[in-house]
Design a protein around this ligand. Structure first.
Ligand code: SAM
Length: 210
């Protein structure tokens, strides 16, 4: 079963979902509901809110997901990493969290939905030492921007971007970036069906060209 609100919302974001992708996104929510009966994965239980706040909110950063390798830091139950992996099958997604039980849900669902481009890592971001760094390191709802840069800055390639998904404009957090990093931009995100403010903070190394 696909969902007309999801398909129309994704189209508004410039994403033409295939029938298979629309089904995978809805099955992701079905599995979330199922697992949520046994463990606390999400407080958002109503389907229309899940479509807005989990699926379309995750997909709203699609224009900024560039390069081949993407890391989602503090992915929780897989947001924004899972929806983005579904619509970007040619990119590699690593979904990292310090809580193992949520990653079990992601491993199970990635297998069920046949997503070979999803890999999970159980560690704290600041302790992660991958063999290869990432073009994009992104996070949603994982603490202040300054802390995100401190934890995850070492994980992004030169010229790559750290992307922090935020609600209201995080003015107060932006003056305190660690040295070696600068603000590239703050983008206002419009999430279809969601009447709430959303922003994306884009950060790069001080010497990177904007
Ligand atoms: N990104 C998901 C979302 O928006 O639905 C989950 C957000 S949840 C509020 C924050 C998540 O970040 C938790 O799952 C927590 O375990 C994880 N987390 C917090 N600090 C972390 C760190 N230093 N390294 C890895 N994961 C971390």
């Amino acid at each position: 079963m696909s969902d007309p609100t999801l398909i129309a919302g994704a189209a508004q974001l410039g994403i033409e979902l295939s029938g298979a992708q629309a089904q995978q996104l809805i099955r992701l929510l079905d599995e979330l509901d199922d697992w949520n009966q046994r463990m606390n994965l999400t407080a958002i239980k109503e389907r229309s809110a899940q479509i807005s706040k989990h699926l379309l909110d995750s997909l709203s950063v699609q224009p900024f997901v560039q390069g081949e390798r993407v890391l989602d830091v503090g992915t929780g139950a897989g947001f924004p990493g899972m929806p983005l992996a579904i619509v970007n099958p040619s990119k590699q997604f690593v979904l990292l969290d310090s809580t193992a039980k949520k990653l079990k849900f992601i491993d199970h669902t990635a297998q069920l939905l046949e997503l070979p481009n999803v890999q999970t890592v159980h560690t704290r971001a600041e302790n992660f030492r991958p063999a290869q760094r990432f073009d994009i390191v992104l996070s949603r709802a994982v603490g202040p921007v300054e802390q995100f840069v401190k934890w995850a800055g070492h994980l992004v390639v030169g010229g790559g971007r750290l992307l922090a998904m935020k609600g209201r404009h995080p003015e107060a957090e932006l003056g305190k970036l660690p040295s070696g990093w600068k603000l590239a931009a703050v983008h206002r995100l419009n999430v279809p069906t969601l009447d709430e403010e959303r922003h994306l903070v884009e950060i790069c190394r001080s010497h990177d060209r904007l």
